[in-house]
Design a binder for this molecule. Structure first.
Ligand code: GLC
Length: 734
């Protein structure tokens, strides 16, 4: 349909029909047991609103959505189709590893393919748009939603933002989805890591670190942007005209739909930014929020504001046009059903090809953090005792996929290992993941019963018995899947005491111990590190995760994952991230001077730094070669380095390139990621990896807030992680 035809529709719409087009509700409209993603909200909207609503989210199923659309079109006077959105963040039925895991793959091409698969499955069940990718930059593992992010670096998050949008949307055909980048902006920086807490930072930090990934998603053409719950410079994002109109639309040229987050328009009152619902309605639509998710505020108050001449109808018309444009780009006016067919759904969901992509991405997302005495990979001829709460567990998909994943399609680690080594595998549960479900608040009641008739001593004895018969122990530990994700901030990030006790008892057997960790955030590992010989960070690896982990444990795949979020030594060290600042009194490791920037009780460096991950082989780095030491504006420097696989097996290595601006009009980080290349080398193979550096790579927001490079001296770092690097120097001349 041409835009003028859309405008003709708008001209025929009543004010009510226009306003109702901006209302978005979830599946609870149709099903009391639908998957709620926030506090229950009373449905204070009339049937007339429902008949003319613009979009519905988190309803799934080709048959159900075909009927929903059909019924809707029968009652919609102007036959405007419903938009079906959903939280398909990293998987619908075939589930990818959580984003904090797949970020460790440093393989944006594979992530793009993975998101293409996600779009294929979700579109097959009738979904048109997805509230994904989440690209919030994160530096605080106390915040439960770090699991949805790709980590602490603006450059890498921008690379993944583009890859995810391109994978989800492609050409927006019927097998792809409109992407909704979220949460705009800086939701990942709540004070204290406490969920929904105040966010406050300089505009410079916001633009330099927190906005780039959203901008990258917009530049990749994402069709929707979701506002965040938090304030930005004291004004809630959902009512922040500077953020939504000046930055997002005027500076970045975004022309798509701005979707509120769950009831975030109502929350303008809770923040103390709006006096009542009419005020909240005017503030949000005035700031540029097109869609009101899960409140009746637009529906019940916008018309009054227009009638009282407190709101210009053009603000509503522009929002309606953006909504109709989105539906038009999705082809919904020509085919409101986008070809959905239960038979196609049957073929697409859980297709083998989907599983292969998810398994490949899970293989590259696992991070080997420790491997003393090369205890890994395991021999298939040795007796292995697999113990621990995640040994025979299907909760491997992370919170955003929990509601729609099919458990029967998720293999446990126990089954995957039995398939590999048969009778050589012994198994025992050992202990539960948690011994108390109160962290679930009002949901705990559904879980507490699991402790009835629990004999913790028997569990422990069985684990020790199995371990005593084995050559090596694999212990599968971690945090409960629902201990990460939304509304899951925590201040104690160590493993549950039952799990630590299990490990202590296993350690007394004096056998090699491999720990597999299942978690949605960096955990504090010091209590366990001296009891294990190897540590495999599996995250929540998705529906094919157990297969991928087993591929790695037995050496069929060589691990290549590298962390994208630092693991702190302890919670007191948070925030700790690689791209920090020198300070006026920089600490030099080993220097005993008291009056320098350091702690007196713990080192400055994290337990594991950004970019860190081991392999079963070893890569040797040569020295950096530069074709010139002077970079002239609009010219470039070619940097190269040789990498040699000096181990005995093929492996993949992510070569990382960082730059430091030594002196500038504002202080600059000690290093910043500006490039990376993932290479595969056979044993003995050597390759020269090249990077091209331009003044774009040196640009930052100067003291005058101009994004540009400044002349001066720079350092170039190339290496295997953010702290183990080779160094070179160059100068930039304007
Ligand atoms: C939630 C989340 C957001 C999600 C939305 C709809 O509160 O903040 O990420 O897309 O509600 O479920």
């Amino acid at each position: 349909m041409k835009e003028e035809e859309l405008l003709q529709i708008i001209n025929q719409m009543t004010v009510e029909e226009k306003i109702y087009q901006l209302v978005q509700w979830d599946g609870s409209l149709y099903d009391d047991n639908s998957f709620l993603t926030g506090p229950k909200v009373d449905l204070d909207i009339s049937d007339d609103v429902i008949r003319n609503m613009g979009s519905v989210y988190n309803v799934f199923g080709a048959e159900k959505l075909r009927k929903l659309q059909d019924d809707h079109l029968k009652t919609s006077r102007l036959k405007i189709p419903l938009l079906f959105a959903a939280d398909v963040v990293y998987g619908y039925k075939t589930i990818l590893p959580i984003p904090l895991a797949f970020g460790c793959s440093w393989n944006p091409r594979l992530v793009k393919d993975g998101m293409g698969m996600v779009a294929k499955e979700a579109s097959a069940v009738g979904i048109h748009a997805t509230f994904s990718p989440m690209v919030d930059l994160v530096r605080d593992p106390r915040w439960g939603r770090v699991m949805e992010s790709t980590g602490e670096d603006p450059f890498l998050n921008s690379v993944y933002a583009r890859a995810q949008v391109e994978g989800l949307q492609d050409n927006l055909d019927h097998q792809h989805l409109a992407a909704c980048v979220k949460h705009f902006a800086a939701y990942g920086a709540p004070e204290g890591g406490r969920e929904y807490n105040h966010v406050d930072m300089s505009e410079r930090r916001l633009r330099q670190d927190y906005l780039p990934a959203y901008k990258a998603a917009v530049e990749a053409g994402c069709k929707m942007v979701m506002t965040s719950f938090n304030t930005v410079d004291g004004i809630p994002a959902t009512g922040n005209e500077w953020l939504l109109r000046d930055v997002l639309r005027k500076e970045w040229g975004f022309k798509g739909v701005v979707n509120s987050d769950y009831a975030s328009i109502k929350e303008l009152m809770d923040h103390g930014a709006a006096e009542d619902e009419v005020h909240a309605a005017k503030l949000a639509i005035g700031a540029g929020v097109d869609v009101d998710m899960k409140t009746s505020i637009y529906a019940n108050h916008l018309k009054k504001a227009v009638e009282r001449k407190e709101l210009d109808i053009t603000k509503i018309d522009e929002a309606v046009l953006r909504m109709l444009n989105l539906k038009n780009e999705l082809g919904l006016f020509e085919d409101p059903f986008r070809g959905i067919d239960p038979k196609v759904e049957e073929e697409v969901l859980h297709a083998e090809g989907n599983k292969e992509i998810a398994r490949a991405l899970a293989q590259e997302s696992v991070v080997l953090l420790k491997n003393d005495n090369h205890v890994l990979p395991l021999s298939k001829n040795k007796k292995v005792a697999l113990v621990g709460p995640y040994a025979n567990e299907t909760s491997l998909m992370g919170t955003w996929a929990a509601a729609h994943a099919d458990r029967e399609h998720i293999m446990t680690l126990k089954t995957a290992m039995e398939n590999k080594i048969g009778d050589n595998l012994l198994h025992a549960h050992g202990c539960d993941i948690v011994d108390d479900y109160s962290f679930l608040g009002h949901l705990a009641v559904y879980f507490q019963g699991r402790f009835a008739n629990k004999d913790v001593n028997k569990d422990l004895d069985e684990a020790l018995e199995a371990a005593s018969q084995a050559d090596i122990i694999v212990v599968a530990l971690g945090e409960h899947m629902l201990q990460s994700g939304e509304a899951a901030s925590r201040t104690d990030l160590t493993l549950n005491k039952m799990q630590v006790k299990l490990l202590e008892k296993l350690h007394e057997l004096n056998k090699p111990i491999v720990c597999i960790l299942f978690n949605g955030r960096p955990l504090m590992l010091d209590p366990i590190l001296d009891k294990i010989d190897a540590l495999v960070e599996a995250w929540f690896p998705g529906s094919e995760g157990a297969l991928a982990i087993t591929d790695i444990l037995f050496g069929d795949v060589n691990p290549s994952g590298k962390l994208t979020m630092s693991f702190p030594m302890n919670v007191g060290q948070i925030p700790v991230y690689y791209n920090g600042f020198k300070t006026g009194r920089p600490y030099v490791p080993g220097d005993l001077t008291k009056e320098v920037s350091k702690y007196t009780d713990v080192r400055n460096e994290p337990r594991y730094p950004f970019g860190y991950g081991l392999s079963y082989t070893e890569f040797e780095y040569g020295d950096i070669q530069l074709d010139t030491n002077v970079l002239i504006k609009h010219k470039s420097i070619h940097a190269s380095i040789t990498i040699k696989n000096i181990g005995d097996r093929r492996g993949k290595e992510t070569v990382q390139m960082y730059i430091q601006d030594i002196v500038a009009s504002v202080v600059r980080p000690v290093k910043e990621l500006k490039g990376f290349q993932k290479v595969q080398l056979d044993s003995g193979e050597m390759v020269k990896v090249e990077f091209v550096i331009t003044d774009e790579d040196l640009s930052f927001f100067t003291k005058d807030m101009i994004f540009t490079a400044e002349e001066g001296k720079f350092k170039l770092f190339i290496g295997k992680n953010s702290s183990d690097v080779k160094e070179a120097a160059f100068e930039y001349v304007d």
